[in-house]
Design a protein around this ligand. Structure first.
Ligand code: MF3
Ligand code: CO
Length: 286
């Protein structure tokens, strides 16, 4: 692919790439990617999904979240990619590990996973200047039926949102569908954080709310790539950010789940890029 040829470009070509990026085709501020750029994003996202598979194989009672961060750093070394989160906006780790009432951006630490916990793992890599971004929530040991319900509804709502990611649709169609689905199951959608366009930068236009918004948003166009990432709770949708400036917890302490895919808008409809070598497994749903 064209992007693989770019693998060996020297620094001066790299800086002209940066310059060229400023002139990349945009539509209302959102980059329209060509097939080569989408191929690079697909490769970045394939690696992210492979890592999330690996986490699924590894999660067990007694695992420290710090160990997941070490796995992420090793994975990036082994695959010659950069961890996209490390240093992003000052974020100090390669991965976010969010347990139970932590919604997103939990710091890896010496805390050990306990039987019945749920843990959301969010990971991103940069491959050839393109960012892959995806997340999943995993059960630890035997979890309650309520926690299982939370994970299932969140993952299902992601696919309900993806279904709306089509050329000509309003980006708000995605959140409207997600929120209707989640609320019908008796759960709440977090409003403080949203999905996003993704490309050479992790966060590009448009914002992709996971909830209903007034008015109209950006019209989706073939060639856009967006990360859709519903965060769903068993109670309130209100979150609080801890003193570390990152860790987002539910105000009422009820548990939250988070699933994210990066998705390309194509003439044939939505194409999920964050698919591992094992294929598009749905992890908590049939
Ligand atoms: N998936 C998250 C997002 O899209 C990951 C960002 S974590 C950060 O915003 F630490 F890198 F900011
Ligand atoms: Co994201």
């Amino acid at each position: 692919m064209g992007c693989v040829d770019l693998l060996n470009v020297n620094k001066s070509i790299r800086s002209s790439l940066d310059l060229w990026h400023r002139f990349m085709k945009k539509y209302h501020g959102a980059y329209i990617k060509n097939v080569h750029e989408i191929a690079c994003l697909r490769e970045a996202d394939r690696l992210v999904a492979n890592f999330l598979d690996l986490v699924g194989d590894t999660v067990r009672v007694g695992l420290k979240t710090r160990e997941i961060n070490e796995m992420a750093l090793d994975f990036c070394n082994d695959n010659h990619v950069k961890p996209a989160f490390l240093g992003y906006g000052g974020y100090p780790y390669a991965v976010c590990t969010s347990i139970n009432e932590v919604v997103v951006h939990g710091f890896p630490s010496e805390v050990e996973l306990k039987d019945g916990d749920i843990i959301s793992v969010d990971f991103g890599v940069e491959y050839q200047g393109f960012v892959g971004d995806a997340a999943r929530t995993y059960p630890v040991g035997e979890v309650s039926p309520e926690a299982m319900h939370l994970m299932r509804v969140t993952e299902e709502s992601l696919y309900v949102g993806i279904e709306q990611a089509r050329h000509g649709h309003d980006v708000y169609d995605i959140g409207r569908a997600i929120q209707a689905y989640v609320n019908a199951k008796g759960l709440s959608v977090v409003r403080k954080y949203v999905g996003h366009g993704v490309g050479r930068k992790m966060h590009e236009k448009p914002e992709v709310p996971n909830f209903s918004c007034q008015g109209t948003g950006l019209i989706l166009h073939t060639g856009m790539v967006i990360a859709i990432e519903p965060m769903v709770t068993l109670g309130t949708d209100n979150v609080d950010v801890l003193d570390d400036g990152w860790t987002a917890v539910t105000l009422d302490g009820k548990w939250a789940a988070h699933f994210e895919h990066s998705v390309a808008i194509t003439p044939n409809g939505p194409q999920i890029l964050s698919i591992s070598d094992r294929g598009l497994n749905r992890h908590t749903i049939a």
